[in-house]
Design a protein around this ligand. Structure first.
Ligand code: C5P
Length: 253
């Protein structure tokens, strides 16, 4: 059988050529990295959980009319996606201060922000994904004004959707990062949510206890990352309630 062609390998995922033109297969690895890959580990089962959680969020977004690259989940670790032209910006939405915003501005972690705040970082590992302003984005042509307006609108819709999903299961959506891509339909382009939405790219705090249920567990050595992600999946109904990752995730079809 012919081997699939690898198109791209990132820190947590691999992209392979898809079965049809304009499609890709996105494979979720168990690799965890933090601080621009200075800290690395393999977390047994993380890829399986993120594949399923990203499917859950992307499908929910599409149900409320937010376009995404997601087509269908293929198996435990892979999903079929549309091939998109990734805009080279990380779009971060923050509801509460945490992480680099707290460090940069000296705001205590957990402080509620007056409104959701959107930040853009240039996707460039060599530079450590620096924060950039809208002026930089427009002047250097990473995106145009219409793209920027559309990206902000999409990011706020994702924030409302994700905040609601999490609130319903007792979790506070502190912040998250998304990536956005362009798809071409004839001469027209539209923007869609791409990459993944998972606890790797969100901050999720238990509303009662403040327990971290996201990648900060790994970044800050707060416990078992797969247990935290399993808890998020269990609360959202993506996993049955009696499963822990030590018994291996069992997925509901
Ligand atoms: O590190 P910082 O506080 O800027 O991160 C804000 C949010 O964006 C966090 O939820 C973090 O997980 C996410 N993020 C990400 N990938 C990056 C940088 C940040 O998923 N390269």
């Amino acid at each position: 059988m012919a081997r699939r062609k690898k198109v791209y390998e990132g820190k947590a995922k691999i992209l392979y050529e898809g079965p049809e033109p304009g499609t890709l297969v996105q494979y979720f690895k168990d690799d965890a990295t933090a601080f621009n890959a200075q800290k690395k580990d393999i977390i047994d089962g993380k890829g399986v959980l993120n594949n399923r959680l990203s499917e859950f969020f992307m499908k929910g977004l599409m149900q409320i009319g937010v376009p995404t690259h997601f087509i269908k989940r293929l198996n435990m670790r892979e999903q079929l996606i549309r091939s998109v032209e990734i805009i080279p910006l990380e779009v971060i939405v923050r509801n509460y201060a945490a992480g680099t915003m707290s460090q940069r501005l000296g705001i205590e972690e957990g402080t509620q922000l007056p409104r959701p705040i959107i930040e853009f970082c240039l996707k460039d590992d060599a530079l450590g994904d620096p924060l950039v302003s809208e002026e930089h984005i427009l002047a250097f042509g990473w995106a145009g004004q219409q793209d920027l307006d559309d990206m902000i609108a999409l990011a706020l819709r994702v924030n409302d959707f994700m905040s609601g999903c999490m609130l319903a299961v007792g979790i506070k959506l502190v912040d998250f990062k998304i990536e956005i891509g362009r798809v071409w339909e004839g001469d027209f382009q539209r923007l869609v949510i791409a990459d993944e939405i998972s606890p790797d790219s969100c901050r999720l705090w238990d509303m009662e206890t403040g327990q971290r249920l996201d990648k900060d567990v790994f970044r800050r050595d707060l416990g078992d990352l797969a247990d935290a992600y399993t808890e998020v999946a269990r609360r959202l109904g993506v996993l049955p309630s009696n499963v822990t990752h030590t018994t291996k995730p069992t997925l509901i079809n």
